[in-house]
Ligand binder design. Structure first.
Ligand code: GTP
Ligand code: K
Ligand code: MG
Length: 367
């Protein structure tokens, strides 16, 4: 039996099994196995050259990358062509776009790479066609923009989420707070900060046995962590936690009541790219969800250049600022002077681990 058949068989068994206390252990083992097979599917077989993502790898550029994911003909290429200078072919028929097409959106002084992709359909990840490659490209994103068609059914969103889940992408979710470390000896040591509601030593050990892990320390730090969360932590290297904005296009073609209903869904924005409605709000939402901040650098005795910010991730430290300015800067670092929200007084003398806030002005004093 091939790996795809094995996956389908487990999926079928899971869907046929009632969820209750008595089946919890059995379901947990099945989910663990499913994750293991899916991981194998994504890893190129030993000895095979290339394999993953032929023709789809676009080199990352700019300050962040947004990947457009959606069914065929929802308007992904129309959107890319509207917000960047890149023209991606647009047509009324499905599968117009056959490869990845990158463009650049300049916003708030940042360069944001937008990647248009072929449309995907249900079953994209199970090995048919190029669907799996397309879905896997979403793994490289700092943000997924899921483009949906307001005129189409409600289940589009759930179908696409499932396809992304299957390749290890977790949307709008934090990494589970579980400590896990494989050891050479000592057996399985299971502990928790508070009694976990959905996990116990039996199911955890059973899943680990299937992964041929016999020695490990596990500390559940979140009482609401689930079996799925634990399986994600075992497969940590293959799982990506990515923010997602849901953009419903073609609102020109549905009633106002329908637009109002859609717009109330979580993390959702509505637009009509063709009629130029809501596009700016979508860009704004992209910007907010990328969690980027702007920092202005300043030389001694010279005013900062407010037209040319450094764009870094929210929560970054002065060390990141140094690294973005110059590779060697950190080695000559004496201290930083910081003006702005993060500074207790202006300027504040700071070390490399000082956390920067949006719109701070920074001056690096060298040794
Ligand atoms: N009514 C309406 N039609 C739109 C809108 N935006 C795009 N379209 C139309 O939708 C069709 C598909 O647009 P594309 O941009 O090619 O869609 P796509 O998602 O890139 O499609 P694939 O590359 O085939 O996956 C075209 O005929 C567009 O003119 C919109 O806001 N409203
Ligand atoms: K199309
Ligand atoms: Mg297209």
């Amino acid at each position: 039996m091939g790996i795809i058949e094995k996956i389908q068989q487990i999926e079928l068994e899971i869907s046929r099994t009632q969820k209750n206390k008595a089946t919890e252990y059995h379901l947990g083992l099945l989910k663990g196995k499913l994750a293991r097979y899916r991981r194998e599917l994504l890893e190129p077989a030993a000895g095979s050259s290339g394999g993953k993502g032929q023709g789809f790898e676009v080199s990352k550029s700019g300050d962040a990358r947004v990947v457009l994911i959606g069914f065929p003909s929802v308007g992904k290429s129309t959107f890319l062509s509207k917000i960047t200078n890149t023209k991606s072919e647009i047509a009324h028929y499905a599968f117009t776009t056959l490869t990845s097409v990158p463009g650049v959106l300049e916003y708030q002084g940042a360069e944001i790479q937008i990647v248009d992709l072929p449309g995907i359909i249900k079953g994209a990840n199970d090995g048919r066609g190029r669907g799996r490659q397309v879905v896997a490209t979403a793994k490289t994103a700092d943000l997924v923009l899921m483009v949906l068609d307001a005129t189409k059914g409600k289940d589009q969103r759930a179908i696409l989420e499932k396809e992304l889940e299957a390749v290890g992408i977790r949307l709008n979710k934090e990494r589970p707070n579980i400590y896990f470390k494989e050891k050479m000896t000592g057996g399985i040591k299971f502990s928790s900060t508070a009694p976990p509601k959905y996990l116990n030593e039996k199911v955890v050990s059973g899943i680990l046995r299937d992964y041929r892990i016999h020695n490990a320390d596990i500390l559940i730090r979140d009482e609401s962590a689930t079996i799925d969360d634990f399986i994600d932590i075992i497969n940590d290297k293959h799982i990506r936690y990515v923010n997602c904005v849901y953009a419903y296009n073609k609102i020109d073609a549905v009633s106002l009541e329908e637009v109002d209903r859609i717009a109330r869904e979580p993390n959702t924005v509505v637009m009509s790219v063709e009629k130029d409605l809501g596009v700016d709000d979508v860009i704004d939402e992209i910007w907010h969800n990328l969690n980027l901040i702007k920092v202005y650098t300043k030389r001694r005795g010279v005013a900062p250049d407010f037209s040319d910010p450094l764009v870094i991730r929210c929560g970054s430290t002065l060390e990141t600022v140094c690294n973005s300015v110059h590779r060697d800067m950190k080695n000559n670092f004496k201290h930083g002077l910081v003006w702005g929200v993060s500074a207790k007084h202006s300027p504040q003398k700071c070390g490399l681990n000082h956390t920067i806030e949006d719109e701070d002005v920074v001056s690096i004093v060298a040794k």
